[in-house]
Design a protein around this ligand. Structure first.
Ligand code: IPE
Ligand code: IPE
Ligand code: MG
Length: 242
């Protein structure tokens, strides 16, 4: 699809969901669903950036996902530890910076090393692929608040100066707001994803499971996004229906 005349979102958030159900419907194990999901993160990620979008945040593993069976958690950890570097290939080719959001606690040193390598190798690029891993929005807000209190106590920050833009610098990554949030699989909730950043996002909940959310599905999503009237509390007077 030709995107050149469209008003695109600057930052797209994706809640990767439905990998397990995708696999179970095919008589496969949930692990196969996670593999298919990971393959799609690479393919879809590349496509989205190629269409001219500057920021993508993908929710890959939540702080709550540790509640799953030990087997599933271990599988996911191992998947990311061994395959995360595959994302590097297109990020170098297409000049995309990888950043990681989440807590390091409970992650193996192997996974932390891989993440640090991805961030280090791509740090000079401009477009941003934000991988949310062991991520929870409440954890992020608490972690930011602790850093703010420390800086206030150390005299590095005057509390009277704290505003939205300064607060944002204390989050895991200082990113522009999410304009368009997609959650696959038909679930209509945020599950603790980037609550600060989605405050004015347009939401889109396609029924399709994440491994099937392909380029064509993304094109449909963008068409839907362009039909939304984003008012931000104001009124678009040029829109006759208002
Ligand atoms: C998303 O797929 C991947 C992760 C949350 C890690 P799910 O594993 O949540 O798949 P469903 O929702 O059980 O189908
Ligand atoms: C949200 O999906 C977390 C990620 C996409 C990483 P879940 O499948 O874990 O969310 P719930 O349990 O349905 O809310
Ligand atoms: Mg799920």
């Amino acid at each position: 699809m030709d995107y050149s005349s469209l008003k695109l979102p600057n930052h797209v958030g994706i809640i990767v969901d439905g990998n397990g159900r995708w696999a179970l419907e095919r008589g496969l194990s949930r692990s196969k669903g996670h593999e298919a999901g990971f393959n799609n993160v690479k393919k879809l990620g590349r496509y989205i950036f190629s269409r001219g979008i500057n920021y993508v945040s993908a929710y890959l593993f939540s702080t709550e996902n540790f509640k799953r069976s030990e087997m599933e958690v271990n599988f996911l950890m191992n998947l990311f530890a061994t395959r995360m570097e595959e994302i590097l290939e297109f990020c170098h080719e297409d000049k995309i910076k990888i950043v990681v959001s989440g807590r390091k606690e409970r992650l193996s040193s192997k996974i932390i090393k891989v993440m640090e390598r991805l961030e280090e190798e791509t740090k000079n690029y401009d477009k941003v692929f934000n991988l949310c891993f062991n991520y929870g929005s409440h954890a992020e807000i608490i972690d930011a608040t602790k850093k703010i209190v420390n800086d206030v106590n150390d005299g590095k920050l005057d509390i009277d100066n704290l505003d939205e833009s300064i607060y944002s610098k204390y989050l895991y990554q200082d990113l522009p707001p999410i304009d368009f949030l997609i959650r696959t699989s038909g679930e209509m909730r945020l599950s603790n994803f980037m609550l600060w950043q989605v405050s004015y996002a347009e939401f889109y909940f396609p029924k399709v499971y994440f491994p099937d959310f392909d380029e064509n599905e993304f094109d449909k999503a963008i068409v839907e996004y362009t039909s939304r009237d984003r008012r931000f509390g104001g009124i678009n007077y040029e829109n006759k229906s208002n």
